[in-house]
Design a protein around this ligand. Structure first.
Ligand code: ATP
Ligand code: MG
Length: 561
């Protein structure tokens, strides 16, 4: 699997262009924009575009606009507008007072379209959509001129005004630019500027019966806002001649330039709003913020820090060749941040009860545990040890293979921060499954070391049966089974085990005291977790943000967490 070509952090071909433009005084200030269409939630691919546009503005002392590309009222909703604003802020960026909408410019765009008509550069076409498609030609064949192409200016103006006034039904007519039906670039074969659409727009209501196309609205919006560098993904490369044609043929107030970069693709992930919308609508996930989703809302709920997302985006760099980034690289970036910040706690995900037979009944004691091994300022906390404890079911084997160093009959292990314990007897249920271990402890090993210097080969995490808190733990795995899922057939590729619910986990009481804090913690030996908003008093729910095993560090030689 190809990985994005390595670019030194903070330098790429777009930043080089910006630097050169500033050096040559072609611009005094760099102005960029992030232009989402409010028809879904932002995903990690959008984060790449956000970090690029806002990052360049920050680094070069310019500004970045947030502009909603709200030209299609049938798909756009206020919920998406709110979510997009929340997610951009969460990612760490601020557009200040530079919040705009393509709909702010509807009147101006309309007047410019009349200008094009008057200049003989646009016409109203009455052909059906099918007829238009059929006459557009192909990559190897030129298109054919529309029978309406030579309409008189006065007739075009009259029809266009009546389109605006709402006289015609949806789809009856369009306004097209008069460019070149034989162009080798299909985007220049008389593209549609306006279509009739009787719809309620979130901002302009029913004021408009016609809406501009993306291609027509985008560059002119850039020009109105004084955007200097209009940065978009590679699929718009073939649209650039059209972007320039509009700017050349309309009396715009400034002259932006479009630059294209490779979109982010990730293994096991589909970054398409259409597919993400279908995952939500089809009930394949719990919503846009389901932690299995690659949306910023989903990643945030899963516990991914914004800083880790920004680090990841910086590391993958910006290139002009499409590639696929290994999900393991993303997980690595998340671990690096969480390893530094997350407090350590003990939680038993699949509990197995152990009873310390030589520990006095009804008694318990406090032991001291450190909150972060590399950060003494994080301090310590008290944990309760007693006669009945839980350990991880996987840490016990009745008939262990040779290299299994954890609990098994007769084997001595260390319980972290506590004592050495030895397994003496296995109690089983009718099905032969271990339900309890009878153990003994060595009181001389308090704190986890033997005065006689004897060693054990394993240190296990544990919680007190009496003092621990019952919790649900949700483990997440990739949403798709295939490393390169097919957007056209995504439903058959959904991983049925993407969410694994452990309903009987036990966590140390310190975890219940933080309230509904989203603060990240490391469950020792398990991974990084955060509290899910589904938590209620008496029933905590934790999401696994990422496990501890770092496959990326291994393959790349990068320093692991
Ligand atoms: P749609 O198919 O609905 O157009 P989109 O993902 O392009 O989906 P937009 O809201 O138009 O959605 O995207 C806003 C900006 O984010 C655009 O400039 C787009 O190029 C960029 N973008 C979208 N997907 C990616 C991606 N995977 N990697 C980098 N940038 C992306
Ligand atoms: Mg788009």
């Amino acid at each position: 699997m190809a990985v994005a070509e390595a670019t030194p952090p903070g330098r790429d071909f777009i930043r080089d262009i910006v630097q050169a433009d500033l050096d040559a005084k072609r611009h005094t200030t760099v102005v960029t924009r992030f232009p989402p269409e409010p028809n879904g939630y932002l995903h990690i691919g959008h984060a790449k575009s956000i970090c690029l546009n806002f990052g360049i503005a920050e680094e070069f002392g310019g500004r970045c606009h947030l502009r909603f590309d709200d030209t299609n009222p049938t798909k756009e909703e206020q919920e998406y507008i709110d979510a997009i604003e929340r997610d951009v802020r969460w990612l760490g960026f601020d557009w200040g007072k530079h919040l705009f909408h393509a709909s702010d410019y509807f009147e101006r765009l309309y007047q410019w379209a009349e200008d094009l008509i008057r200049a003989g550069k646009a016409y109203v076409d009455d052909q059906s959509q099918d007829a238009m498609r059929a006459s557009r030609g192909t990559l190897t064949e030129p298109g054919r001129n529309s029978p309406y192409r030579e309409r008189a200016v006065a007739e075009n103006l009259d029809l266009f005004r009546r389109m605006r006034a709402g006289e015609f039904p949806n789809g009856a007519r369009v306004l097209r630019a008069k460019i070149d039906m034989a162009s080798g670039n299909i985007n220049l074969r008389d593209p549609v500027l306006y279509r009739i659409l009787h719809a309620n727009h979130p901002r302009t209501g029913t004021q408009w019966s016609i809406y501009p196309s993306y291609d027509y609205a985008h560059g002119q919006s850039d020009a109105i806002e004084g955007i200097t560098h209009s940065i978009c993904t590679l699929e718009f490369e073939d649209h650039r001649p059209l972007y320039d044609w509009f700017l050349d043929n309309i009396a715009v107030p400034s002259r932006p330039h479009q630059y294209e970069f490779a979109r982010l693709n990730l293994t096991y992930t589909i970054l398409s709003k259409r597919v993400l919308t279908e995952l939500v609508r089809g009930g394949h996930v719990g919503g846009w913020d389901d932690p299995r989703m690659p949306t910023l809302a989903g990643l945030r709920r899963r516990g991914v820090p914004a800083e880790a997302l920004r680090d990841f985006i910086r590391r993958i760099g910006v290139a002009k060749a499409n590639s696929v980034v290994d999900m393991a690289m993303f997980d690595h970036a998340v671990r690096e941040v969480l390893n530094k910040s997350a407090r350590r706690r003990m939680a038993v995900l699949r509990p197995l009860k152990i009873v310390i037979e030589n520990y006095p009944e009804g008694q318990s004691e406090e032991l001291e545990a450190i909150n972060h091994p590399d950060d003494p300022s994080a301090g310590t906390r008290k944990i309760r040890f007693g006669r009945e404890l839980y350990v991880e079911r996987d840490d016990f084997m009745e008939n262990p293979p040779k290299k299994f160093y954890r609990l098994s009959p007769g084997k001595e292990v260390r319980l972290r921060y506590a004592y050495f314990v030895t397994c003496r007897e296995v109690i089983k249920d009718g099905a032969g499954e271990a339900v309890e271990l009878r153990c003994t402890y060595d009181p001389a090993t308090r704190g986890g070391n033997a005065p006689d210097g004897r060693k054990v080969q394993a240190t296990l995490h544990w919680v007190s049966a009496e003092h621990s808190v019952a919790s649900e733990v949700r483990l997440y795995n990739p949403l798709f089974m295939s490393p390169s899922p097919d957007a056209a057939n995504f439903a058959t590729d959904i991983n049925p085990n993407a969410l694994e619910v452990l309903a009987d986990a036990r966590v140390e009481p310190a975890l219940a005291q933080g309230g509904n804090s989203p603060e990240a913690v490391q469950f020792e030996r398990q991974g990084y977790f955060c509290l899910d908003p589904d938590s209620k008093p008496g029933k905590l729910v934790f999401n696994r943000t990422v496990g501890l095993r770092d496959t990326w560090a291994k393959v790349s030689g990068a320093k692991g967490a």
